[in-house]
Design a protein around this ligand. Structure first.
Ligand SMILES: [Zn+2]
Length: 130
């Protein structure tokens, strides 16, 4: 079975659905019910642009079991034009070239097979924009 957390986050994972606080404009992804910055409770749903810039990145050499086949790979915090920050894997490039400021597009990809049953989990991965 996919984990409850994964199932709960499916709408935001599939549609890049985020929340924007009507009080202060803070964008959170996945959407939260209470704004982390002003504690406001009026949150509107927005869809993020499927692109952004790398804010910070790291190269994973010793990954969790489900990702063993892919090491080494780059993980990055990507900020979209709306100001949302997502942690994603950056693919289709040399991991060491993933640096702050890199422009990426967010593409819908297979993330991993979960557990021995091989349930497929999909989500977004970042790909450098040529
Ligand atoms: Zn707020």
């Amino acid at each position: 079975m996919p984990s409850p957390r994964y199932t709960r986050e499916i709408p935001s994972r599939y549609r890049l659905e985020a929340g924007r606080c009507k009080g202060c404009g803070k964008v959170t992804y996945p959407a939260r019910t209470i704004c982390p910055s002003c504690r406001g409770e009026e949150i509107e749903k927005i869809n993020l642009s499927p692109r952004g810039k790398v804010v910070t990145s790291t190269v994973i050499h010793v990954p969790p079991d489900d990702f063993l086949m892919e090491a080494p790979y780059a993980m990055a915090v990507v900020e979209t034009p709306e100001g949302a920050r997502l942690m994603t894997q950056v693919v289709d490039c040399e991991p060491s070239t993933v640096l702050p400021g890199l422009e990426v597009s967010l593409e819908f990809r297979l993330i991993r097979k979960e557990g021995k049953s091989g349930i497929l989990c999909y989500g977004h991965k970042a790909v450098p924009v040529a």
